[in-house]
Design a protein. Structure first.
Length: 236
């Protein structure tokens, strides 16, 4: 079946790598708090990261689990620091640092432009808050070619759960069977899409063993390899 629409994850799919950007963001937020109140910068960064874990245990798969202001708030409260003056600033510094350190993958802009020119509907289907992801797409220079953004904040639930995939198909006006989901996470992107009767392509950046799932899926080891397969699947 010819693919009629393509959905892309954002973090670690269109740019990389998020883990390194995240560490830099936490360090920058910790250094800010150190200057403000004299706390050890690493302790402050670790507190913010601990806030992430506390929040995710409290509300797994809910969009607010991505809110860095809440990471800082929960983390500072846990070490006895009043977060009122600092949590929002830590959020802003964290995200500014992450966004400044993103590196777009080779071939992303070319493929998105080709899909747009071919009138293939495209969407960014991502677990994150909408405002943050829009800032990332603008920084990457993709805002005019990435199609629509479907965040878990829009859908009210993270991947791999169905609501975000359902909303994406409705916004693109395509059936799941005619839609390809491209992403780096087997759990969130690939299994989630397959369970919703989409087709899926795994970006296996690290050359990991390919897992056996209930349904077949495509595999690419870099974005340019993915682009070649997408060309074929979309009859470009």
């Amino acid at each position: 079946m010819t693919i009629k629409a393509v959905l892309f994850d954002l973090d670690d799919t269109l740019y990389g790598d998020f883990k390194s950007c995240d560490k830099l963001g936490l360090m920058a937020a910790g250094e800010y708090l150190s200057k403000e109140i004299g706390i050890d910068a690493k302790k402050a960064a670790d507190a913010m990261n601990n806030g992430r874990e506390l929040l995710r245990k409290h509300c797994p798969y809910e969009p607010e689990m991505h809110n860095r202001t809440l990471f800082a708030k929960w983390g500072l409260e846990a070490i006895g620091v009043n977060p009122f003056k600092y949590a929002q600033n830590m959020n802003d510094i964290y995200w500014n640092t992450v966004i400044d350190n993103m590196v777009i993958h080779n071939g992303v802009e070319k493929l998105l432009t080709e899909l747009k020119n071919a009138n293939i509907p495209v969407g960014i289907c991502t677990n994150m808050l909408a405002d943050v992801q829009m800032k990332k797409l603008c920084k990457l220079g993709l805002e005019d070619i990435c199609g629509i953004l479907i965040s878990s904040e829009d859908a009210g639930r993270d991947k791999p759960h169905a609501p975000i995939f359902d909303l994406a198909c409705k916004k693109l006006n395509v059936s799941p069977k005619q839609t390809l989901m491209v992403g780096d996470s087997i759990k969130h992107d690939i299994k989630g899409a397959l369970d919703f009767n989409m087709q899926a392509m795994w970006l296996n950046w690290k050359g990991e063993a390919i897992p056996e799932l209930d349904k077949p899926f495509y595999v690419a080891d870099n974005f340019e390899h993915a682009a070649k397969q997408i060309h074929t699947l979309c009859d470009l």
